[in-house]
Design a protein. Structure first.
Length: 325
């Protein structure tokens, strides 16, 4: 686990328990399942989603024995989606190590991801209320719908802002929102606070994904632990590119994206033009809008350590991507 939470000892302790629970949950799996999952779990992910489960639960009657499995299952689900995403995107790196499909084969990666989905519900079934499992299932469906919508718009010059928003709401924001809800629901937090957390989680997830899309234009692989310019190479139209396409009137950028071979030279030109035509800057502003919306939602929650940490998470996400690269 990375040291993102070192300034929050109460949270770091719980997340270490989450990590151990995840490792224990796959300890009896067959070697071809266990090996890639242990590597993924140990690869130093930010553990942001399980942290949000814990933070939501800390607003109510916190019971570590009940919350840790939920947080672990949320992170396992996230891990499964990343394994499958890397197949779709043909990404070679994930968190600085070789992607599962690249190291073990696409067939293994598909089945390992499927195993994790099944394992998650096996871990929760019987011990947790049906409403929570239903919400979790709904989040997975939203993730799949978001990914399918993105895939259906690959290399499409017809994608509009509203469609992009729907895509990232499904593929990213849904699980953020679910994470805060799940912790709060299990800890019997009142309905008004649950609603505020659901909204805050959605907005945090939206900001997070937009910033992540910006980093694709600004970072080096060794910095963010995955391939850069991958969205362009895969034909995914993200917000920085959308804004730049609207601002660039000569048609050069549009031709490079939709009419030209995506050689390394052309990809470099696209990245330069996106920055030149304010694509990244405008996307950053959109991320900040979602960040402000998240803070407004959090204002509806009582002042507490959880609220303070969530506010700090928003601030951390909204650091200028250039500074994070």
């Amino acid at each position: 686990m990375n040291n993102s939470w070192v300034t929050y000892p109460f949270l770091q302790t719980e997340l270490e328990s989450v990590r151990r629970f995840m490792l224990d949950s796959v300890s009896d799996a067959m070697p071809l399942v266990k090996a890639p999952l242990v590597e993924a779990i140990e690869s130093g992910g930010k553990m942001l989603r399980p942290a949000m489960v814990v933070l939501g639960a800390k607003l109510g009657k916190y019971n570590s024995k009940r919350i840790i499995p939920i947080a672990a299952c949320v992170e396992l689900l996230h891990t499964a989606t990343l394994i499958h995403d890397d197949i779709i995107d043909e990404a070679k790196l994930r968190r600085g190590i070789e992607a599962v499909h690249s190291k073990y084969s696409k067939e293994v990666a598909v089945l390992v991801g499927d195993y994790v989905f099944a394992k998650t519900f096996d871990l929760l079934a019987g011990d947790y209320p049906a409403e929570m499992l239903q919400k979790l299932s709904h989040s997975i469906m939203k993730i799949c719908e978001g990914e399918l919508a993105q895939y259906s718009h690959r290399y499409s010059d017809a994608l509009e802002l509203e469609q992009y928003i729907e895509i990232i709401a499904g593929k990213t924001a849904a699980l953020f929102s679910m994470s805060l809800f799940a912790g709060a629901y299990e800890a019997n937090v009142n309905n008004q606070t649950q609603r505020a957390l659901i909204q805050a989680g959605y907005c945090i997830g939206m900001a997070f994904q937009i910033v992540d899309d910006c980093l694709d234009f600004l970072s080096a692989p060794e910095t963010i632990g995955k391939n850069v310019a991958n969205d362009i190479k895969q034909g995914d139209i993200t917000l920085p590119l959308l804004f730049a396409l609207k601002n660039e009137s000569s048609g050069t950028l549009r031709d490079l994206v939709f009419q030209s071979a995506l050689t390394e030279e052309n990809v470099a030109k696209i990245m330069s033009l996106v920055i030149e035509h304010q694509g990244v800057a405008l996307a950053e502003e959109k991320a900040k809008e979602y960040g402000q919306d998240a803070l407004r939602a959090l204002e509806k929650i009582k002042k507490s350590k959880s609220r303070s940490v969530l506010e700090n998470i928003v601030a951390s996400i909204l650091e200028t991507p250039k500074m994070r690269s």
